[in-house]
Design a protein around this ligand. Structure first.
Ligand SMILES: [Fe+2]
Length: 355
């Protein structure tokens, strides 16, 4: 399908807001520690038991990334939203995780405040303040200096530096078009071909492009909703055709290397891979949910592996050993089994001519 975004369109406006939004690494120890175990997950219902934390804590991650739907807020009443965060805060396994690991987060629709919602949600500023407080973002942190909760973090020393980029897929997102079909509960959304329809909004795009150009030995783009699935299904980047193509173009034209994508939201876990028109294989590991399970998989022609349908979390094991560092991408299931396992060498994730 032809791209509505020109190459020039990808490049324009770079870096105008990036300096404000770029976040330093969390805490002094993390800044110099080369991370080797990063866990992530999404979709944790605060009213349910959350036994998955026993497995997460047994794996002992140095960093845990929450990918959204961290609670099911779904309200315009901020007292209700706070009370639901309080329920998550009281979970013993979650408390253990926060004691033992660095924890960072982005949000998705339910913790933003409305199912499948975007910029039309009237309480987004108030919800953002509660989000940033709950996740312990300091008052003077750059993340609080702009609208929306997008951020990036750096961990580890030069040569073993990991960048985690957390976009905000909700605050600026154009409202969804309608369903292409009308099943009983939730539909497959129509792809929006309007070049002005957006996931991120212009200011966040400028920031993201600048972030992707910063040096990093491993770059983790941590998106609440899936980026690579190419069929119109439930919520995903493909529903915003212009922004979906813009992201893929940017990886190519900005010479972005060492990139892995992680995502959540779906209530199932799968691994996607895109080769077509990309400078190197682009992987996306989706883990969902920490408590939530969907009965079927959505359409995804880029899926190369799928996990059993049960609660799960994602884990990245980084082997920094020379000559070629590698990442083992896995999904661990609630029964302890490994549902997905894929190793990738960082030497594969290079632009042609630099391998
Ligand atoms: Fe979601």
């Amino acid at each position: 399908m032809a791209s509505p975004i020109s190459r020039r369109g990808v490049i324009k406006g770079a870096a105008t807001s990036a300096a404000l939004a770029s976040a330093p690494a969390l805490g002094a120890p993390a800044a110099q520690q080369a991370l080797t175990r990063i866990a992530f997950g999404s979709c944790a219902h605060q009213d349910k038991e959350q036994p998955i934390w026993d497995l997460v804590n047994a794996w002992n991650p140095e960093l845990f990334i929450f990918l959204g739907d961290n609670i099911y807020g779904d309200t315009e009443d901020m007292a209700v939203l706070r009370a639901k965060y309080d329920k998550l805060a009281a979970k013993p396994g979650f408390r253990t995780l926060r004691r033992n690991a660095k924890v960072i987060a982005t949000w998705d629709d339910h913790d933003f405040g409305v199912n499948d919602g975007g910029s039309e949600y009237p309480m987004k500023a108030e919800s953002a303040a509660i989000f940033l407080d709950f996740w312990g973002v300091p008052a003077d942190h750059p993340r609080r200096s702009h609208e929306g909760i997008y951020a990036s973090y750096l961990f580890g020393p030069e040569g073993r530096r990991i960048q985690v980029i957390l976009p905000d897929n909700r605050t600026f997102r154009t409202p969804l078009l309608g369903y292409s079909v009308e099943p009983e509960d939730k539909g497959q959304y129509v792809v929006n071909p309007d070049p002005d329809a957006t996931m991120l909004g212009q200011a966040q795009w400028d920031w993201l492009e600048a972030e992707l150009r910063r040096p990093a030995d491993l770059r983790i783009l941590a998106s609440s909703t899936q980026m690579l699935p190419d069929a119109p299904g439930y919520e995903a980047w493909i529903n915003f055709q212009a922004d979906h193509q813009r992201l893929l173009d940017l990886i190519d034209f900005a010479q972005v290397e060492n990139l892995l994508i992680i995502s959540g939201d779906t209530h199932y876990a799968e691994l996607s891979r895109l080769d077509e028109r990309m400078p190197y294989p682009l992987y996306e590991l989706t883990s969902s949910g920490l408590t939530e399970v969907w009965p079927v998989f959505g359409p995804n022609r880029n899926r190369i592996a799928k996990a059993p349908l049960m609660p799960n979390f994602g884990r990245l094991t980084i082997d920094w050993g020379a000559p070629s560092p590698s990442v083992l991408m896995e999904v661990q299931m609630l029964d302890g089994s490994i549902g997905i396992s894929q190793a990738v060498s960082l030497a594969e994730l290079k632009q042609p001519g630099t391998r």
